[in-house]
Design a protein around this ligand. Sequence first.
Ligand SMILES: Nc1ncnc2c1ncn2[C@@H]1O[C@H](COP(=O)(O)OP(=O)(O)O)[C@@H](O)[C@H]1O
Ligand SMILES: [Mg+2]
Length: 418
Amino acid sequence: MITLTTALAVIEEVFRRFKESRIFLCRDVLLPDYIPEALPHREEQLRKLALILAPALRGSKPSNVIVYGPTGTGKTVCVLLVLRKLVEESRGGVISLYVNCRQYDTSYRVLTELCRQLGLHVPNSGLSTGEVLRRFSDGIEEYGKVAIVVLDEVDVLVKRSGDAVLYHLTRLNTSLSKGKVSIIGISNDLRFTELLDPRVRSSLGEETIVFPPYNYAELCDILRERARLAFKPGVVSDSVISLCAAIAAREHGDARKALDLLRVAGEIAEREGCEQVTEEHVKKALVQLERDRVSELLRGMPFHMKLVLLAIYVATKRYPLTVTTGDVYSTYCEVCSCIGVTPLTQRRVSDILAQLELLGLVEAKVVNLGRYGRTRRVKLIVGDEHLLKALEEEPQLRPLISSLRQSLSSGVTSAVVK
Ligand SMILES: Nc1ncnc2c1ncn2[C@@H]1O[C@H](COP(=O)(O)OP(=O)(O)O)[C@@H](O)[C@H]1O
Ligand SMILES: [Mg+2]
């Protein structure tokens, strides 16, 4: 048994080592919610957004804006930085309200959150959406100045709950006399406007700003600037920065990924008691981030979706050359019978495959089989071990996976599921 004094000593030791980090000057600079003062390679977007919003400083309503671009291209951080400055400059003449629609994913939840940020008390349920909208509108009127509403990841809201709330928000000004509302919609999906009613599309998209992916050289600049603030001098070499940038450039120019790699590499170096971050640490960080990503994606996943993933894994072992959607379905049925659950229809399993593709776990390419027609070739795009580890978190699948591991290690791949 561990006594209280030794327990305290252990805790103190951890804290002391943390305070005396040999690696980090300020680790927080690498966290996703840190807003840097310098945003290299975004001058054009920052200038355009500032120009669009500037009329608010004279009390006019700025145009609504759609901001597009793949994840990790700096959309959120640029919008927040411009708004922070705008609010400061306006000395009380402008407020900004920010909602992330992945977190608040229905019209009702978006509107209650907007009300809450205006300082209004609205219950989390029980009112009609129309009533919450009315209270929001009254709140803005009472405020009497310009409110900029940011709907981040608005594509998620529209896909889940439609565009009604956008319709109402963009039309709010017609019923206001003093207060004014402008909307900034941020979307990761470039085809997002195709989902909108034409009226919403034209009123929300009065202006658009595009955020292209970063290239390798741009990512190097971004990382170098952050590393200077985050790490002690001499801890991170140029080759480490280049490696992080190269990996992230390969993955669609995502600055978040590049910064995560650098942060986790630093954490690993620190845990290992090293004085420098090396390329080895970056490689370990890549493995850890991938494992975390897969287990996070699988955590909230419906049970049958996990079964389909497991079936794809088994089918790939069985048919190393090509796995067709038919192979996936028959293997899925075997997996179901192994654990005694009723399989879903082939139709439902195809839908699940499409969702897995969207999540980036699976690739399903249409291939031509000549006179045998066409089918889809299914491939896993996550590492086997990451997948099995994450699937094992589901208790019902544990025995099956451990017998799979055994039969694989003994070379039996034809009948992995009995
Ligand atoms: N030009 C840049 N300079 C410095 N950091 C950046 C830049 N662009 C993005 N980042 C950082 O990369 C991460 C992802 O940016 P974010 O704005 O969240 O991307 P998005 O909203 O497009 O997915 C954040 O930590 C952000 O601070
Ligand atoms: Mg964002």
